[in-house]
Every structure is written in structure tokens, then in C-alpha cells.
Ligand binder design. Structure first.
Ligand SMILES: C[S@@+](CC[C@H](N)C(=O)[O-])C[C@H]1O[C@@H](n2cnc3c(N)ncnc32)[C@H](O)[C@@H]1O
Length: 380
């Protein structure tokens, strides 16, 4: 049976950028440019987080008061390989708790809700589910910045490498009458302070919505494990880089192409990448303002496994292509893609800094939150 049109093309043609951002997902399928084949960095994140997730489930999960079904959701699961690995880790860790406490007869039925945007290739996800697994699975398409599940339906929420995607590009950065207009750039990296502030404020709004919606969906006392891409408060640009500096380099390829006449500079001005990388203190402040959770654990993972996987300019460019190709095609057309990523790969290769994965100072935050029981009614 042929796969549906849905994941091949990420938009039905609406020129509105906000709409585009909502609709574009990672590259589907299992081909050379697919997310499935180019997400070993994100798999590295799951590997590094595994012992921490297991430890927290064994310490924090109160299995005495569980019902006969245990419901887990992965928010921003993409096409599944990494998500399946994470769901395996979580369900096995919970099952071990029951075994250790001699409660084998009370092991619940596990249900996993896989969430992503409606354009996500859910076919590949369901194809990749392991035959031997402890859970029943369901797809939940839609934006995680809004409500997706019934109230108090979830025992455990999880999200990895997804919360850095904004619900939309901040409007002011595309508005040529605004002080935050981001002329000639595709991101806040290397841009003026006003641009960065617009991105930061959109991120804060988006994370607040995410936290509010999950607070309604989680049972009181329910746990939420988040793996959030971030940057350190500072780094030396002469000897190190982060995801934001990489996006800056990527952005320079657009202006190079505009100068050769491949597209207009106005086309670049009307495009921005909806990705934000907070510093840990910034993320913590958003959670504390929300007040519906206690922070049970928060720490920085320096993700050595991920750095290892992304060694080499080709792998780095392919990783970014798998994540951004849909929205690039939507705005610039498919005819620019090969040249764009060829230029980007060459720029990465020419830089001694970007060629050395040890110079990568990007970080991943592990955050474990617990839904506060007392905010059940006041929070909604
Ligand atoms: C880099 S991938 C991470 C996928 C997976 N969690 C992993 O670790 O491999 C980010 C995912 O978040 C999804 N995403 C971004 N914004 C979203 C939103 N508002 N609602 C649901 N999914 C979203 C993207 O479509 C994409 O599949």
C-alpha cells in the first residue's frame, strides 16, 4: 500500500509562515535523507538519559496507588526509532519496580500515546514499533502547545529534543516596520538584541502553554521527564560552538545564494527558523513561574554519545537537513535544497572549529517534574 501524501509534502500551499511552521515535520520514511536515518544524535541523548530515567522511576514513581492501566505519552515523537527506545526504557523500568516490590500480579497494562504534528510520518513510526514490547500504542496528531488528551489521562509524560521548536516564528522578526525585523538573517543567532528577545518571549509563551496543557492531562503526582536542547550561559566563540552558531553558519549560505541570484534577499528576509535554545536558568525560571509542578531533578547532560555520532560535516549537514528540509521546501522550493546543503557541508568542512565535535558546547537538560496535587483545580 502506498504511503499517504501527508508526509511527502508539508503544506498544501498556504503562504502564511505561522501555518507552515505548525505543519512541517521531520523528513519521513527511511531513505537517505530521512529523520530515521539521520537522528543518531537524538538517539545518543536517549542513551545518555537512560540510567537517569531508570533511577528516577525507581526512586520517585509511587506504584502503590496506580490503577490497572498506566498511560505514557511522548510529545514530539517523530518517526519513532528513538521514541520506541525511550518507551522501552520507561516501561521496563516501571515493570522492574513491580518485580522488585513483589507485586508482579499487579503490573498494569501500559498504553503509549505517540504525539507529533499532523504531518509527521506516523506510518514509519508504527512500522518501527518493536514486536516484543510491553505496551499498546496509539497516535495522537496535533500540536503539543495545545491540549491533546483528556483531563488526568496521563501517568507519565516524556519529550526529547522537541521543545526547542517554536509554535511559530515571532511575528515581529518578519515585520519590516518592527525594530526586531531580522533583515538578511534566518535566526536570532548573530542578530540584534531585539530579535533574540522576540524569540525568547515566544519560547517562554510556548513552554508555558506546554506546561499548562500537560498539567491538565497529567494525574496529580504524575511525572514528566523532559530532555531539552539548550546552550550554556556563555562559551568562547573562538574555541567552541553551539547549535545557535551552527544555525548562523547555515544562515550565511542563504545570503550567499541570494547574492548569486538564486532567490531574492526579500525571500530570505521573510524566512526565519522557529528554533530556540534557552540557557538552563531561563528554562528553570519558566517552570517556576508556572507553579503547577515541583522540579524533582534538573541537570545538564553534555551528551558525549551525541557528539560522537555527529562527527564530520556530512553527518552534521544531514542531521540538520532531515529536520529542516520540509519547511525549506515550503518557503524556497525544492530546487534550492541540494545546492544549499552542499554549500553548508563545504562551510562546515572548511572550519576547523565545526570539524571538531569536541568544540561542540551545546547541552541537553534533563528535567524531571512532578505534577503538584494541590494545583489540580486552580491550574485549569
Ligand atoms: C528533533 S525531533 C525529536 C524526535 C524524537 N523525540 C527524538 O528524540 O528523536 C523534534 C520533533 O518534535 C516535533 N514537534 C515540533 N513541534 C511540535 C509541536 N508543536 N507539536 C508536536 N510535535 C512537534 C517535530 O515534528 C519533530 O518530530
Amino acid at each position: 500500500m502506498s504511503r499517504p501524501y501527508l508526509w511527502r509534502r508539508c503544506s498544501t500551499g498556504s503562504p502564511g509562515l505561522g501555518r507552515m511552521v505548525r505543519r512541517c515535520a521531520m523528513n519521513g520514511g527511511e531513505g537517505p535523507n530521512s529523520y530515521a536515518r539521520n537522528s543518531s544524535y537524538q538517539k545518543g541523548v536517549v542513551d545518555v538519559a537512560k540510567p537517569i530515567i531508570e533511577e528516577e522511576i525507581s526512586r520517585k514513581l509511587n506504584i502503590k496507588h496506580l490503577s490497572s492501566t498506566f498511560r505514557i505519552a511522548d510529545f514530539g515523537c517523530s518517526t519513532g526509532h528513538n521514541s520506541c527506545a525511550a518507551m522501552q526504557i520507561i516501561t521496563e523500568a516501571i515493570m522492574r519496580r513491580f518485580e522488585i516490590e513483589g507485586l508482579i500480579s499487579q503490573i498494569p497494562d501500559f498504553y503509549v500515546f505517540f504525539n507529533d504534528k499532523v504531518t509527521n510520518d506516523f506510518n514509519t513510526l508504527f512500522d518501527s514499533l518493536p514486536r516484543e514490547r510491553l505496551y499498546s500504542a496509539a497516535g495522537v496528531p496535533g500540536s503539543f502547545h495545545g491540549r491533546l488528551l483528556p483531563g488526568a489521562a496521563l501517568d507519565f509524560a516524556y519529550s526529547s529534543c522537541s521543545l526547542n521548536w517554536l509554535s511559530e516564528v515571532p511575528k515581529a522578526v518578519l515585520d519590516n516596520t518592527s525594530p526586531a525585523w531580522n533583515r538578511g538573517k534566518i535566526h536570532y543567532a548573530g542578530a540584534r538584541r531585539e530579535v533574540r528577545e522576540e524569540y525568547a518571549s515566544q519560547y517562554a509563551k510556548d513552554i508555558e502553554s506546554f506546561l499548562d496543557c500537560r498539567a491538565e492531562e497529567l494525574v496529580p503526582g504524575g511525572l514528566m521527564a523532559l530532555l531539552v536542547p539548550a546552550v550554556p550561559a556563555s562559551w568562547d566563540p573562538n574555541s567552541a560552538y553551539t547549535t545557535t552558531t551552527e544555525i548562523y553558519l547555515f544562515g550565511s549560505c542563504f545570503m550567499d545564494m541570494a547574492k548569486t541570484g538564486r532567490f531574492s534577499e526579500a525571500k530570505v528576509d521573510s524566512f526565519n527558523i522557529p528554533v530556540y535554545l534557552p540557557i538552563p536558568q531561563e528554562f528553570k525560571a519558566i517552570i517556576e513561574r508556572n507553579d503547577k509542578y515541583t522540579i524533582e531533578r534538573m541537570e545538564v547532560l553534555d551528551n558525549p554519545a551525541g557528539k560522537h555520532y555527529l562527527a564530520g560535516p556530512k553527518a552534521r549537514a544531514a542531521y540538520w537537513r532531515a529536520a529542516s528540509e520540509g519547511m525549506l521546501i515550503d518557503h524556497f522550493g525544492s530546487e534550492i535544497i541540494e545546492e544549499l546543503f552542499d554549500r553548508y557541508t563545504k562551510k562546515l568542512a572548511a572550519s576547523p572549529l565545526f570539524s571538531d565535535p569536541n568544540c561542540d558546547k551545546s547541552i541537553i537538560m534533563f528535567v524531571l517534574l512532578q505534577r503538584k496535587p494541590e494545583s489540580c483545580s486552580s491550574g485549569s
